[in-house]
Design a protein around this ligand. Structure first.
Ligand SMILES: [Zn+2]
Length: 287
């Protein structure tokens, strides 16, 4: 399956800063089925367990490399970093650690790239960076990405992975839900498509805002997608929830997602969506 992808893609502007794809991937034991997987196999399988099909969290740069045309990606707003707006002790140290661990300034990478020659603004979240939590930087970068699409008439594709709001930023974190949702509404008003790809896990404030506002909602197989966790809901309702509750397949049945697409077919699917919505975006451009 790897032959479909050229994993040597580079960042057009800044190839030195764009690490070679999958550089961080090591031999791994699958969290779901405990199968041991060698690095080479894991890269070939795009970090999907060959035994049980579990779609593991992926670094944004690796994900981008599997999606966009070679050397077509230009990152923007890379320099934004979180402050400590409500003076939480230890937050700066946590951020420094997270930056080192994920090799990113915050939990999302944004830029413009093309898929089979058609441009899309991309926002790709990183669960490795403080659980993909949305603070002021994530909210600002997602908003800028959507507004870039609005300004230039380019469809926007957001790939989510998040534990929810960044609690260390308090109300500044929560207000990102309204901010990103407003930007999505503006894009909608202009008739420019917003595609959402929900990956494991997408929860909390991200689910409760822009992640559920796409024109087309795609999910990777087996992804946990919800607001509050199963245990919290069971505790509140005092009843047992069904098997597979909040998994992609459950959310598809309940109408929260439109389709489930395996990672290996994601580029092809996004390419199809960009192609079939092309006249719509161009229609906006010519108005
Ligand atoms: Zn597995």
């Amino acid at each position: 399956m790897s032959s479909e992808f050229n994993i040597g893609r580079k960042n057009k502007n800044n190839s030195k800063d764009f690490p070679s794809p999958f550089a961080r991937v090591t031999d791994t034991t699958c969290r779901e089925c405990h199968h041991k997987i060698k690095r080479k196999k894991l890269v070939e399988e795009l970090q999907v367990c060959p035994e049980c099909g579990f779609h593991m969290p992926m670094h944004p740069y690796d994900r981008i490399a599997t999606l966009v045309d070679e050397e077509s990606f230009t990152e923007f707003s890379q320099e934004l970093t979180s402050q400590n707006p409500i003076s939480i002790s230890g937050y700066e140290e946590k951020l420094t650690q997270a930056r080192g661990k994920a090799g990113l300034n915050d939990a999302v990478v944004t830029g413009i790239g093309s898929i089979d020659g058609r441009q899309t603004v991309l926002g790709v979240m990183s669960f490795q960076f403080m659980g993909g939590s949305m603070g002021s930087v994530v909210g600002e970068k997602i908003t800028r990405a959507i507004l870039k699409g609005a300004d230039e008439g380019i469809p926007v594709t957001l790939i989510t992975a998040s534990g929810g709001a960044r609690m260390q930023e308090g109300i500044f974190s929560l207000m990102q839900m309204a901010k990103t949702s407003n930007a999505a509404a503006l894009l909608d008003g202009l008739g420019i498509p917003l595609f959402i790809v929900l990956t494991h896990p997408t929860t909390g404030g991200v689910t409760a805002s822009f992640a559920m506002l796409g024109d087309v909602s795609i999910a990777e197989p087996g992804a946990l997608i919800g607001f509050a966790g199963q245990r919290v809901i069971e505790g509140t309702l005092k009843e047992k929830l069904p098997d597979g509750f909040q998994k992609s397949e459950f959310q598809l049945k309940k109408g929260f997602v439109d389709m489930i697409v395996p990672r290996v077919e994601m580029r092809k699917t996004l390419s199809f969506l960009l192609k079939t919505h092309e006249s719509e975006s161009k229609g906006w451009m010519s108005r």
